[in-house]
Design a protein around this ligand. Sequence first.
Ligand SMILES: *Cc1c(COP(=O)(O)O)cnc(C)c1O
Length: 192
Amino acid sequence: MTYVDDSHGSGVLGRSGRGTIDHFGLHGRVDFGMGCLSKAIGVMGGYVAGSKTVYEWLSHRARPVLFSTSLPPAAVGAITEAITMLMESTEYTDKLWENAKYWKSKIGSLGFDTGHSETPITPVIIGDEAKTMEFSRKLLENGVFVSGIVFPTVPRGTGRVRCMVTAEHTKEQLDRAAAVFEKVGKEMNILK
Ligand SMILES: *Cc1c(COP(=O)(O)O)cnc(C)c1O
């Protein structure tokens, strides 16, 4: 069986954020899809979408479902609204991609290593674990919150800060954040 974990794809890739299966035109060729509702959707929880048989099997056998409390109605309301908003307009995904492209080109042209991400999540690879965490701390001291991600989440020696550009960011905010990246990058000799 084939399944797609779309934790990073739902609400981002495909038409109006329909996800990775839509992005690659694989409708009908994947047995089931799953994703989390805590990223682009902005709430919490997750979903599995597939055949009735898969649904029945998971609802009786999947331990995380059997031993968890259901989502609170307020969370379900917010999730439903977020998905409705995505279905009504491409405004959010268009703005997200526009901001992401702007940020990637801006931060790349400063000379940072942004890896090979093809989604709005933009890593800035620093390398050394301690240096990565110090970079993240200094960004925050200058008003920019970007979490450091190090081993064991990523391979040793490839520590990075993971930039999350959203549809809500303005160009001014992205410019201000890039200026802080440049300042801290120079102070720490990450940029020449
Ligand atoms: C974020 C993520 C999760 C966790 O989802 P939460 O809803 O935040 O607990 C699980 N799997 C993958 C691949 C993820 O990216």
